[in-house]
Design a protein around this ligand. Structure first.
Ligand code: ATP
Ligand code: MG
Length: 331
């Protein structure tokens, strides 16, 4: 029996961070052995917020790929592809756009939140429609499972709606994909205000040097009610505690108790956390070295992955066009 498929990916809009790790990357690394895994570097989707400075994207395509390799995505078993190099994905987006209502897109909570964050008074068609492009990403390879962070749930739901509508209107071509959300679906940023995000300058990056991690953790927002070291703390409102929960589960109950009793100060608590995060990142730093020394390796991996994925997309599009009666004659 052939393996089930995974499609997952990221926008090349900067370096990947700890939020990506606990939200999605960790699952991908684990599942790549059991599923045929496709990982999309979604550069077309990066344009939804970077249309005015597309020259930035090329570097980020390589950066995101290096981050994948550093966390342990194995290019021998997982396929990493560049979205814009597979025109069939754009083609499928157009067909899907016929069967999505504008209201569904307008009421998508993630779209609303992101539009507000980016300060878009006048949403572009491409931004409003990016869940449709995402549906095409997921379905070109007929994915069964999509490992993502919590903000993506409305988008996967949208994909399922499109798939159901397509299969019912034309012919059953696509499986209905399921979202698989990581253990920590929405890791907070260092500011304690929004989710950790590449675009909000509140992240610890997977390639941050050890010193940088220490510095960022030491500046993270904690319980505002705690002024002196022996004031009783409130771990449930503390960003540093949230990171302990994500990266230092063993010690979490002890830390919560000591914090509530005012027995551990924020400085010591942060020092401990920085160490834990650095020991998670250290093997990633090591895995990154060969690619830093020879960046051409990254392009080789992307070329091979994109070629393989394109063949899959071409086959899917043949089925799509036949289902839609658009297969008039060969040219
Ligand atoms: P941008 O700010 O450019 O949108 P981002 O940090 O939100 O960047 P994306 O490329 O949009 O990153 O998201 C990639 C994947 O990582 C998605 O599955 C998303 O749900 C997940 N993800 C992003 N941020 C977090 C977070 N803070 N916690 C958990 N998962 C996250
Ligand atoms: Mg995002």
């Amino acid at each position: 029996m052939s393996k089930k498929r995974i499609l997952t990916g990221d926008r090349p809009t900067g370096r990947l961070h700890l939020g990506h790790y606990v939200g999605s990357l960790k699952n991908r690394v684990k599942l790549q052995h059991d599923y045929e895994t496709y990982i999309i570097v979604a550069d077309v989707q990066a344009l939804t917020t970077n249309f005015a400075n597309p020259e930035k994207i090329a570097g980020d395509v390589r950066q995101v790929t290096a981050d994948y390799l550093a966390v342990g995505i194995n290019p021998e078993i997982s396929t990493i592809l560049v979205q814009s190099m597979i025109p069939e994905i754009a083609e499928l987006t157009v067909y899907f756009s016929m069967i999505v209502t504008v209201n569904q897109l307008r009421h998508n909570p993630t779209i609303k939140l992101e539009a507000a964050q980016y300060g878009y008074q006048d949403l572009t068609y491409g931004f409003l429609g990016y869940p449709v492009s995402q549906a095409a990403d997921i379905t070109f390879c007929k994915a069964d499972l999509v490992p993502v962070g919590g903000d993506q749930i409305p988008h996967i739901e949208q994909t399922r709606k499109i798939v159901r509508r397509f299969n019912q209107l034309y012919r059953p071509v696509f499986p209905e994909p399921e979202a698989l959300v990581g253990e920590f679906p929405r890791l907070m940023g260092l500011d304690g205000k929004s989710k950790m995000s590449k675009s909000l300058n509140n992240a610890i990056y997977l390639d941050d040097p050890a010193e940088e991690v220490k510095k960022k953790v030491s500046q993270a927002v904690t319980d505002p009610a705690r002024i002196r070291k022996d004031d009783p703390g409130h771990p449930e409102v503390c960003t540093v505690f949230a990171y302990h929960q994500a990266f230092n589960q063993e010690e979490t109950p002890e830390i919560a108790e000591a914090c509530r009793a005012g027995k551990i100060g924020c400085v010591a608590c942060k020092k401990n956390l920085a160490q834990v995060i650095n020991s998670l990142l250290e093997p990633m730093r090591e895995r990154r070295v060969p690619y830093q020394n020879n960046p051409a390796l990254i392009d080789d991996i992307l070329r091979e992955g994109t070629r393989k994925a394109r063949n899959v997309a071409i086959e899917t599009m043949k089925e799509v066009k036949a289902a839609m009666h658009l297969d008039y004659f060969p040219i």
